[in-house]
Design a protein around this ligand. Structure first.
Ligand SMILES: O=C([O-])CC(=O)C(=O)O
Ligand SMILES: [Mg+2]
Length: 221
């Protein structure tokens, strides 16, 4: 498998499959939330119907009163793996992307308090805007990438993937103990601090180093 990676990567096109999110994975976000540092990655799934690309608007569902932006590094799986070691994990990365993990805070706050599910608050339509594929060879070190987000031109989030609690190979090794990772699966690695609510009419822009930027208009359902 591993030796096929460079051939696969040359022809790799990102066709978003399952989306695996990691929560509270930046030290700055953990500190801002005043919660203990997670001992293991906190993992959730989002449906493929949540993907959008630049050119489509973010649509805020009627059922939610407060939806927040979260800018994240996306890791795109390039080859199938299960029970992969930390040492072997990076051989299964097919590329990267810039992503937003839009989150209904109104729903998540209640879910956290009651131990309820995050599925609807994380998985609504348009909740996973993604950039085009960033090829592997464009990224020397996925743990040295600045990322930022602006709302209506004002910087609201600014972080660096150096601050990740669980690094990319840790996440791949951990998740693959439980579920098979397949080509085109997307791992959302978590957001730095500063995530907050936005509203219809706002313009959200974000960027990842000099590798990708994207811009979305926001409307109500
Ligand atoms: O929304 C949350 O609470 C957790 C999350 O996805 C993140 O930290 O990136
Ligand atoms: Mg997130």
């Amino acid at each position: 498998m591993a030796c096929q990676r460079s051939q696969d990567a040359a022809n790799f096109v990102f066709e978003g499959k399952k989306i695996i999110g990691v929560a509270l994975n930046y030290m700055c976000a953990v500190n801002a939330r005043k919660v203990p540092v997670p001992k293991e990655p906190i993992v959730f799934l989002k449906p493929t119907t949540s993907y959008i690309r630049e050119g489509s608007p973010i649509v805020l569902p009627k059922v939610f009163t407060k939806v927040a932006y979260e800018v994240e590094l996306g890791v795109i799986i390039g080859s199938r793996c299960k029970n992969v070691s930390r040492e072997q994990a990076m051989q299964h990365v097919g590329g990267y992307c810039l992503a937003l993990d839009l989150t209904a805070q109104c729903n998540l706050t209640a879910a956290r308090a009651t131990g309820g599910s995050w599925t609807l608050g994380k998985g609504f339509d348009t909740s996973t805007p993604v950039s085009r594929l960033i090829p592997l060879d464009a990224v020397n070190d996925p743990h040295a990438l600045p990322l930022w987000l602006k709302v209506n031109g004002e910087v609201q989030q600014s972080g660096c993937t150096a601050d990740l609690v669980f690094k990319v190979p840790d996440i791949i090794a951990y998740v693959s103990k439980y579920m098979t990772l397949e080509p085109n699966d997307l791992i959302l690695t978590g957001t730095p601090h500063g995530s907050d609510a936005f509203k219809a009419g706002d313009v959200i822009e974000c960027g990842l180093a000099d590798l990708a930027t994207m811009k979305f208009n926001v409307c109500d359902e």
